[in-house]
Design a protein around this ligand. Sequence first.
Ligand SMILES: [Zn+2]
Length: 840
Amino acid sequence: MKTRSLIAAALVYALGASARAASIQTPSEFLGMSVGADKTIADYRQILAYFKALDAASPRVELEMLGKTTLGEELFLAAISSEKNIANKKRLQEIARKIADPRGLSEAETKALVREGKVFLFITCNIHSTEIGASQMAMEWAHALATAEDAETKRRLEDVVLLLLPSINPDGQLMETEWYRKNLGTRYEGGRMPWLYHHYVGHDNNRDWFMLTQKETQAVTRAVYHEWFPQIWLDEHQMGQTGPRISVPPYAEPVDPDIHPLVWRDVNLIGANMAFRLEQQKKSGVIYSYVFDAYWPGGTKNTAWWKNISGLLTEVASVRFATPVRIEAGELSGGGKGLVEYGTQTNFPNPWPGGTWRLRDIMDYERIASDAILESCAERRADFLRNALARARDAIATFDAKDAFRIPAAQRDAAGSARLAALLVEHGVEVRTATNGDGYVPLAQPYGRFVEELFTTQRYPETRLVPGKDIVRPYDVAAWTLPLMMGVSVERTTLPAGLSPWKASTPSLPLEGTAFALAPGSPEGARLVNAGLRGGQVLIARAAVSAGGREWPAGTVFLDGAAARAAAAKAVPGQSWNAVPAPPGSAEPLRAPKVGIYKPWAASMDEGWTRFVLEQYGFEPKTLDNKTVRAGALYAAYDAVVLPDVTKEVIGTGKPRRDEGAMRYFPELPAEYTGGLEKEGAAALKEFVEKGGTLVALSSSAEYVIEELGLPVRNALARSADFAVAGSLLRAEVRGDHPVTYGLPADVAVFQDEALAFDTAPPGPEMERRVLASYPAAYTDVLLSGWIRGPEAIARKAAAVALSYGKGKVVLLGFRPQHRAQTPGTFPFLFGALYWSTAK
Ligand SMILES: [Zn+2]
């Protein structure tokens, strides 16, 4: 976006090049602060203002607004290149698009594209808001590139179009800078915030890149896979304080074998140049092949690997936000992959000796690494374009022209099927439709390997650093099989003839009539039910019924005309309901559950995700902090209280469990943000349930509830040394005849990331307990996708349990039903528990 004022433009054109450069202020001059100095931070709005000024003053810089963030900030990228390239942007974008998808081009045409094209280098900074250095460095670097008159820099800008995002999470950048400034000079200076640095997802904003649930992820995905098609992507992060100073590629093990090897050849060459330039400039503590693997597709540039983009990561040692830290030599440690003991190795030839480390150091290291990647992209312009072309061609050639996945439109969750197809389209994948509405995904396309990765099951490779010792554990989760996570059936098939480009099917919602029946089991149904509850009358059948000449299962919801009209406004593709003459007489009124979500001061991403999912589906949850819970009287205000996946220690006391042997200091927070539910909070929850409330515990919080309420349930795996699981999909057998599980299939994939499964015992006559789901008896059937050790221990154990307690109810879900909003297939467990809370 060009917003150059007439006067500025006149000045720019009137003056010579060097005078023009001198007229462009540095970030420090423009902002009236010493950027990069100790304890000094420019916030996101200042950064945006500076880039707007650069855009106005320099023909080498052009801002592009990517959209609004969750809290309404402008997300932007700065395209930085030679004046000629900026003016020629549309043509260069067209070339990049063709290189990313060369189908139908002749050899001569692709050669011409390589000759004419520029490397598009995409650099994202500061996705994690405490990792603040790169957001500051970006301003200084952009100024240097906009004003440089040396031949080398000008040549680089001739060969490369840099697409620079100073912050990929503006909301969090603002929250963290505000928190930091507020606490400067106090004992909390540079300490953690008691809430997430994203309105919903905190650090998990870098786990969203295959599901695309957040606005920022969606906006950047549009820019990358629909508009710019960069060949190289660098994501700049920060890591802990007591290890190496910077980690550059090559990555650590394991590497996914389905990613094109030329990705790693590009990445390794660039990483080597980063290390080379850092060492030349006397920067110690540079490491590669350290900790960060290349196997999991959830992060920014990770997802890009399967889409033929060479994605790189740098991680620089942190300070206390912008406050220097002093690290004693003896505090420096290895311990991770690639550096078992802190000391000289081939991948770490010059260890940092310890001392003071400041924001300026972070920015200097990042600046050298950034210049080095720009240099490599210029040096290797034609090679990198040829490699990108080869990756796209090989991806297409991996599959037969007729290889495809079919996403049947008619299935148990038709809305989920439409949603899966729409997600692929958002990713830039080509999807087609048959006349019956089925989606077809041809695999012989540039992102075919990406589709195959997400549509098939994972088996985590058991690599060992030392023979006979433990395997290298996954960096994050070990499973991302979308159809299983979404509860959608797909099949590998042959592409039929007569397909058209994919188009979302419109919901099939008749509105003529007096009553409408909506079958249970689709998570998307909750949107309709919740909207309907706010617009008219909604009834639920607690047993199988017949209506309109058809049988309906237990859990079917009946909406009157007013409710149906309100619901139709929230309908998504693939949804349908049927008009019936009247709801069955046995159906009971359903009302909107009043839901509270517990929020600890040790910021919980699962709390944020839970809130996000419930809001998306129209539940309108309220947040309950420690003080609110401790104050009691919850039953008057809430039907259901949800405890997200938070450990019993954090719920009880506000402090995480101290790992045996690990030296982890948990910095203190201002008094109003300390403590947990304590005794009063536990008593208040107990009273809430005794009076008739429903307490829903997700994953590890179940242990808190079991203990505080003295339930006849225990974690069967608590002391099982042989059992381990890493973010994987496990098979659970569901009993669908309970309000919590209405409409769910007999077999579901549940997302499990900890050693948690229940043993139950028969209670006394005052209590009812029902096992809602359990793991299969045949333990070899337990793992669907990912990695598990010792599955014998989890066989036959309960995954979900419902209990009566006093006049109320308890639902224990011993897995992650709404994990990162990536598991719609199991959202109905949570939604069902909330609707059950309003039942008599
Ligand atoms: Zn990070």
